[in-house]
Each structure stands twice: as C-alpha cells, then as structure tokens.
Design a protein around this ligand. Sequence first.
Ligand code: FE
Length: 393
Amino acid sequence: MARFTLPRDIYYGKGSLETLKTLKGKKAMVVVGGGSMKRFGFLDQAVNYLKEAGMEVELFENVEPDPSVETVMKGAEAMKKFQPDWIVAMGGGSPIDAAKAMWAFYEYPDTTFEQLITPFHFPELRQKAKFAAIPSTSGTATEVTAFSVITDYAKGIKYPLADFNITPDVAIVDPALAETMPQTLTAHTGMDALTHAIEAYVSTLHTPFTDPLALKAIQMVFQYLPASYEGDKEAREQMHYAQCLAGMAFSNALLGIVHSMAHKTGAAFSTGHIPHGCANAIYLPYVIQYNAKNPEALARYAEIARYAGLTGNSDEELMQALRAKIQEFNVKLNIPKDLKDFGIQEAEFKEKVAAIAENAVGDACTGSNPRAITPAQMEQLFRCVYYGTEVDF
Ligand code: FE
C-alpha cells in the first residue's frame, strides 16, 4: 500500500490570506520570523482576519533563519500556556518549519527530538490544534510538505523531521506575500523549487500521483522564473504556485542526491554559508549527468525535456538539452557554475571533501536517488562540482 498526503485545503490567489476569517476555532497562535511580514502589513492583516473569525490571537515572533531547538522549545512552552486550537505559521520556510516542531512538542510535551527524527513515526497530532501555513517565499513549499528542519547548534546537528502528521491542514498560497522577495532570494528559491520537481520526478519513489505535479512545476519554472527574477508580478504569482506543485510532488516522492549534497555543504566552509537553493542550482546539472548513467533515469530526464518543449534526437540529447537549459538559467540568475566560482577555497575543499562526501551519502535524501552512490563516487562527483568538469563515471 502507498500513501499520498496533502493539506486538506489549499487556498491560493491574490488576497487569499483573507480565508483566515473562515477558520473555526477559539484561539490562534501566530508564528512568524524576523519582521518582513510585520513591515509589509501582512501580520496585522492576518491577526485582524483571525479576530474577525472570533478568535483570541497571540503572537510568537522572531523565529530565526535555520530555527534552533531552543526556539522550538520556547514556542512550545508559549503554546502550552496559551492553549491554541489553531497554529498559524507565516513567512519563509523557517517560521513554518519551527512551528511544525513546536506543534509536536505542544501536543506531546514529553517527546524528544531523538524520538521525532525516526522518519514517519510521529505520534498522532491534531489532539489539541490544527495547523495553517502561509508562505512568503517561493521555494521550500513547507506549507504543503511533511518536512521540517530544526538545528541543534550545541551539537552541530540538523534534525530533519519527516512525517505526514506535520503536513499542514490548511495552506494559504497568496502571491501578494511573495511579491516582497528580494531578487537573489527569488533566484535561489526558484531553483530550489525546480530541483524539488526534477528530483521528485526521477525519484525511486515517484508515482502516478506525483509525476503530473512535478512535470507541471518544471514547465512553469522554465516559463516564469526569469521574468519573476526581473520583478514581473504575474510571473511571481505563477512561481508561487509552481513551487507549491513541486512541494506536493516531493513531499510524497521524496528527493535525491542534489539535496544530500546541498544539505552537507550549506555550512561546511569557512568562507560562508552556501544558500540552499544556490547549492541545488549549482549541483543539479552535474547530478543529472551522474544519474543519467542509469537507463531508467535517463529516460525520465528525456521525458522532462520533452514536456518542457526541449528538442533532441535521442534520450541522451534530450537529457543534455535539459542540462543546458538549467545551466542557461544559472547564468541568467547570476548563480555560479561551480563551487570554485562560488568562492570556496581549494585547500579547504580538498581537506574536507572526503568527510563531506561520506556525510552526503548518509543523508536522508540519498535513499530515493535513482542511481546508487558510494562515498568514493560522491567524492569524485564533488570534485566535478568544484572544478566544473564533466561527470564521466
Ligand atoms: Fe530544497
């Protein structure tokens, strides 16, 4: 038996934030990030709509990027005091991810992160509250996924939480919130969404339920991301929907080694953080070349290329056309072509690559990649993404 899980309701379109008026409940805890939602007036709007729904509202503000265990515990504590029957998380991926974990600790105060990290073994949520998610960036799609990432800074560990219990009940995909994204964030989150859709389409766990969502998302990103990057509002709106479709696909089909590599390199180098979507965008063309050695994966990349309107006389040519298209996008979006170009120092790369490669193979996303990979192959692949060389093994 297989399972395909999405939020009960997805409201979308300009002004759909208003749907908060229709939620049925007594108390709502609104979880937000650093201030852009407040600055642009969306937080006030959300609070007012919830009050119109007859709810008492309390805020939990200032969730940091890459939210910490401490923030999650503080939020859960605030929820225990306030006893909300709705948790409303709004902003980028971080406040929504944090709120998902707070929800688990609010409902089960005696649980631990160690218990929660076993994939798909959460206790039954919704005993106390339901969950609404409202994204302000167009990439992570956490508003529709079963995932959350929480960082334990003391131990230097990221806890990837995965369970359909934390798939929100309601997602509100209002493009007005995404109009405020700065240009670089638009590029990175857009390429993250493209990576989600492509990895979900070739994942070993892809299904007839996830395939159409992934293909449509890919086609929409190709169609709208460049204009969205240039600030076109109509294109921004379409990107906000495309990333959500990609999220519905990958929440159920999972991902692959582009994400394994991005997870383990994001904070690995002393020269600074590599933003998640930027790392994905750099690695994606190389990983396609690696995975395409598997004939089934090659055929599926060719299907993507055909669906996206690219041409070629064989699956190999179609796959290369897809890679070329992604590389062309990276140039347009000012994304470096390899890690050297990004500014990672060669000496530090050489010193760390073996350990990073081993960590990447152990990442939760490696299991559903269409071609298996050993730590030695992963190290070789990392050398290709560092120097920008062909993947010929
Ligand atoms: Fe991602």
